[in-house]
Design a protein around this ligand. Structure first.
Ligand SMILES: Cc1cc2nc3c(=O)[nH]c(=O)nc-3n(C[C@H](O)[C@H](O)[C@H](O)COP(=O)(O)OP(=O)(O)OC[C@H]3O[C@@H](n4cnc5c(N)ncnc54)[C@H](O)[C@@H]3O)c2cc1C
Length: 435
C-alpha cells in the first residue's frame, strides 16, 4: 500500500526542515524524504552558518535582517524541547571591509532603508579595535603563485562597516534537527536513507514521488529542497526547461586555522567579510578561525556535473590561496603544516540569488539555488515558502501577481517575485557568495 502526505519535501537540510515546520504550522501533513541518515547531514552540516545582512539588493538585506531575529529568538520560535539541545546564536558582529569591489556602497543604502543597525569605522578605528589586522588594501585578489602576491601595498582600506547584530550559528546540523523536532510536534514526518528517484505526475499535476526501494508516496504537493541536487530533481520533474534561471553545483573549500598567539579570536574576533582579499572568516570553536572564499576570478571554479561524485579532500592549492590571503590580513596568523577543513557544494543559481517559487508543473515547488548564502535565511524561507505554497494552492496566480509575505519579526513586506524562476538575470547581484 502506498503512503500518503499532503506535502512531500525532498531534502531535510535547514531549509527543507524549516519549510516542513512552517507548513505543519498551517496544518499541512508534511513528509520530508532525505537520502542521508538525519536532518542537516548534507551541505547544511558543512555550512559556515554565518548570519549577516550585506547583500546587494534591498530584498536580500531585508530577508537576511529578518533572519537575525529568528536566531535570537530560537527557543521561542521552535516552541519545543530537543533532546539533543538547541543550536546557539553566536552574536560576534560582522565587519564588512570597504574595498574596491564597491559592495559596501550598495549595502549601506539598503541598511538605511531596511533599518539595519550599523557603525561606520574609519581605518584608524579599525586598527584600534582589531590591532591584529594589517589594514592595507591588497586588491585585486591574487593566487599565492603570483610573484606579486606578497608585495607590500601603499594603499589603505577605506574603512569598515560594523553590524553588531550579526554572527553565526554554532551548529548548523543541530539547527536543522531542532526544526525537525518542531515540525514533528506539529505532525510532520521525516523519512531517512531513502532517495527520491521519480516525480510522479498526471494531467499536468504532481501526484507524488517514487523512492529507490520502489515504494510510492502519494502527495498533491512536492517541494524540491534538494540543495546541490536541485537540478537533478528539476530535470526528473521535467520543469527545468520552463525556468529562465537555472541551478548547478559548485565545489567550495572552507579551512580551519588556529588564532594568532595572544589573541582569542573565538572570544574577541568578528566575522569579517574581506572583499579586498576575496575571503571571509569568522571565529570557530577551539579558538580557531574558519576561512571561506569569495571565489575571485583568479581562482579556478570547479562546477560539478554529478553532485554524488566530487573531491571531498581539501587541496593544497586552495588551502594556500585562502589561508595565505588570511595571513595577509592577519600577519601573525599561524599556518599549520596539516591542512584542516571541509569541502562541499554550493547550489548556485545563474545570478547567485535563490529561486523560491512554484514551477510549470502543478503542485511542484522549489526552494533552490541558495548559492552558498542562505543558511541564515532558513527559517525565513520556510515561512515564505509556506505562504507561497498555501496561496498558490488556494488559487493565487503567483506568476502574474507575486505573493508578498509580511515578515514575522521586522514586519517588512518580502516580495516573492524577486526570487522567481522566470526573472531575468539580476545584473545588480555581486555574482558571488555575497548574493
Ligand atoms: C561550505 C559551505 C559554506 C556555507 N556557508 C554559509 C554561511 O556562512 N552562511 C549562509 O547563510 N549560508 C552558507 N552556506 C549555504 C547554506 O549552507 C545552504 O544555503 C543551506 O544549507 C541550504 O539548505 P537546504 O535545506 O536547501 O539544502 P541542503 O543542506 O543542501 O540539503 C539538501 C538535502 O537534500 C537531500 N537530497 C538531495 N537529493 C535527494 C534525493 N533524490 N532524494 C532524497 N534526498 C535528496 C540531500 O541528501 C540533502 O540532505 C554554505 C554552504 C556551503 C556548502
Amino acid at each position: 500500500m502506498s503512503r500518503k502526505a499532503d506535502v512531500v519535501i525532498i531534502g531535510a537540510g535547514v531549509i527543507g526542515a524549516a519549510t516542513a515546520y512552517e507548513l505543519a504550522r498551517k496544518g499541512y501533513k508534511t513528509l520530508n524524504i532525505d537520502k542521508l541518515p538525519a536532518a542537516g547531514y548534507g551541505p547544511t552540516s558543512a555550512s559556515c552558518a554565518i548570519v549577516r545582512a550585506h547583500y546587494s539588493s534591498w530584498d536580500g538585506v531585508a530577508m537576511a535582517y529578518e533572519g537575525f531575529f529568528y536566531w535570537k529568538d530560537w527557543a521561542d520560535y521552535l516552541g519545543v524541547e530537543d533532546e539533543s539541545g538547541l543550536a546557539k546564536y553566536m552574536n560576534c558582529g560582522t565587519l564588512l571591509l570597504e574595498s574596491q569591489t564597491g559592495h559596501h556602497e550598495k549595502v549601506l543604502k539598503h541598511y538605511r532603508d531596511v533599518g539595519v543597525e550599523y557603525e561606520e569605522w574609519s581605518p584608524e578605528q579599525l586598527k584600534e579595535r582589531m590591532p591584529i589586522f594589517d589594514t592595507h588594501a591588497f586588491y585585486p585578489p591574487k593566487r599565492p603563485d603570483d610573484p606579486h602576491f606578497w608585495d607590500q601595498s601603499e594603499d589603505e582600506l577605506m574603512g569598515a562597516i560594523y553590524t553588531p547584530g550579526s554572527g553565526y550559528v554554532n551548529d548548523p546540523q543541530l539547527a536543522s534537527h531542532n526544526l525537525q523536532r518542531a515540525a514533528e510536534a506539529r505532525g510532520g514526518e521525516f523519512l531517512y536513507r531513502r532517495k527520491v528517484t521519480a516525480i510522479n505526475q498526471a494531467d499536468g499535476k504532481v501526484t507524488g514521488v517514487t523512492l529507490d526501494d520502489g515504494s510510492e508516496i502519494e502527495a498533491g504537493i512536492v517541494v524540491n529542497v534538494a540543495g546541490p541536487h536541485s537540478f537533478v530533481i528539476n530535470r526528473m520533474a521535467g520543469v527545468e526547461d520552463g525556468m529562465k534561471i537555472k541551478t548547478k553545483a559548485l565545489r567550495h573549500e572552507v579551512h580551519h586555522v588556529p588564532s594568532p598567539p595572544g589573541f582569542d579570536y573565538e572570544k574577541d574576533g568578528h566575522h569579517v567579510s574581506d572583499g579586498d582579499n576575496a575571503i571571509y572568516f569568522r571565529p570557530e570553536t577551539g579558538n580557531h578561525i574558519l576561512i571561506g572564499s569569495e571565489d575571485p576570478d583568479c581562482d579556478p571554479q570547479v562546477w560539478v556535473e554529478n553532485p554524488d561524485d566530487f573531491n571531498r579532500q581539501v587541496t593544497r592549492e586552495q588551502w594556500e590561496a585562502q589561508v595565505y590571503r588570511c595571513a595577509r590580513r592577519i600577519p601573525s596568523l599561524p599556518i599549520p603544516e596539516e591542512m584542516k577543513g571541509v569541502v562541499d557544494l554550493y547550489d548556485c543559481s545563474d545570478d547567485w540569488i535563490p529561486i523560491y517559487d512554484r514551477s510549470d508543473l502543478g503542485g511542484f515547488y522549489m526552494a533552490v539555488g541558495t548559492s552558498g548564502n542562505q543558511f541564515k535565511n532558513g527559517p525565513v524561507v520556510g515561512h515564505c515558502m509556506a505562504e507561497l505554497i498555501d496561496a498558490v494552492e488556494k488559487g493565487h496566480d503567483h506568476d502574474s501577481d507575486p505573493v508578498k509575505v509580511t515578515a514575522r519579526y521586522t514586519g517588512v513586506e518580502l516580495d516573492m517575485g524577486f526570487y522567481s524562476r522566470l526573472r531575468e538575470i539580476n545584473e545588480n547581484s555581486s555574482f558571488s557568495v555575497n548574493g
